[in-house]
Design a protein. Sequence first.
Length: 97
Amino acid sequence: MQVTIVYVTVEPDHIDDFIEASRQNHEASVTEPGNRRFDVLQSADDPTRFVLYEAYENAADAAKHKETAHYLKWRDTVADWMAQPREGIAYKGLFPA
């Protein structure tokens, strides 16, 4: 399993916009072939901080996600709302197998 954890900090005046754009991306992403999870999390302590947990069957499926229309729309839509560049860290998912 290929997992990417994406850390995002948005400008305070775009929190709701980011949530809506991410909801749309989430809803389309979970229908992709090979998708196991696509969670959008908001910090309980700082509402400007988010984590996206993206799990795919393999690296090829994860790479295909970045070519989808919904991902490209999300990426371009949220770019100017970020307080700092987002950081995505790839992991090899061990469990569940």
